[in-house]
Design a protein around this ligand. Sequence first.
Ligand SMILES: C[S@@+](CC[C@H](N)C(=O)[O-])C[C@H]1O[C@@H](n2cnc3c(N)ncnc32)[C@H](O)[C@@H]1O
Length: 335
Amino acid sequence: MEDLARVEHLADLADLLRPAAIRTTATLGVVDHIAAGVTDTEGLARACGTRADVLDSLLRYLVELELLDHDADGGYVLREAAQPLREDHPYTLREALRLDGVTGRSDVALMGLAHTVRTGEPAHVGLFGRGYWDSLNEGAAHAEAIARASSGQLVFDAELILDGYGWSAVHSVVDVGGNSGTILTALLLRHPHLRGTLVDLPNQAQVAAGAIARAGLSDRCEAVSGSFFDPLPAGRDVYLLSAILGDWDDEQAVAILRRCAEAAGGTGKVLLADVNLDVVMRGEQAARMELWLRAMMPTPVRTVDQLKRLGQAAGLRVTREGPVTPVRSLIEFSA
Ligand SMILES: C[S@@+](CC[C@H](N)C(=O)[O-])C[C@H]1O[C@@H](n2cnc3c(N)ncnc32)[C@H](O)[C@@H]1O
């Protein structure tokens, strides 16, 4: 009997249906439609664009999970536990959990964890045969997900980039891998004399172009679609790399730094504003967090000394060491 209980417990721990059902619910927006008053299966199927019969299986399973309840007419109502799946909930989980969102897509890659444990490469590569960022840029379809995920908030002490460097002496900056433009637009708004160029893969560059326009910066900032493994727009004063190198092993990181060095030429600078996630890995649920990070990126932790050595391997020399916080450092290199 004890053995059976252990088997059931382990099978329950390993069960994939529960997260799949909850994330499918988030993807389809089921909870929002119920909150809006659509409670019958047929109506919900129309609203969610699904088959009614399979959706009803999902809805009945959500009742078993105590997220929904039946109402007196055989329809469905929300239980309190389902509220955070609403888009308008103050701490909504909908965007984070939907399978067509940027975090949902990366979470699914956890099923490639065996590849990470064997090789140290991201789980996404093991499962799908290509990197996460590349897959987000295959076709235009994911631009909307990138735009939805962009909070416009500075994270991981990115304020350091705005305040911890001598921007007054700089005219032009390239934000290499600048994502949806949060840092570059904040930097240009803080320093009105600066001109900016953002380089990222096509979908990110498209979303960034929108953010630049909305910030009223189109006259002194542009978003360019390109890869930092290819030649970058040359001749600017500063090439900023913020939170980029953790996604790459040392060889790839040196290749990215070389592209920046090449474009910076004899007079420009490479400003490395890298993130060190060691402190995150030592926080709550440290082992879980470390394993998760290792599945997502090959190098979540690099010390300032390791970063300096990478720069040197790319033919750069350190010309200024800026402030360092537990998660972020600023290092200026010259060719
Ligand atoms: C972790 S995010 C960092 C974004 C931003 N720099 C920041 O500090 O928030 C990594 C960025 O690198 C971009 N990226 C990945 N591969 C790239 C490539 N080959 N060329 C240019 N950008 C790339 C991704 O699209 C993403 O925007």
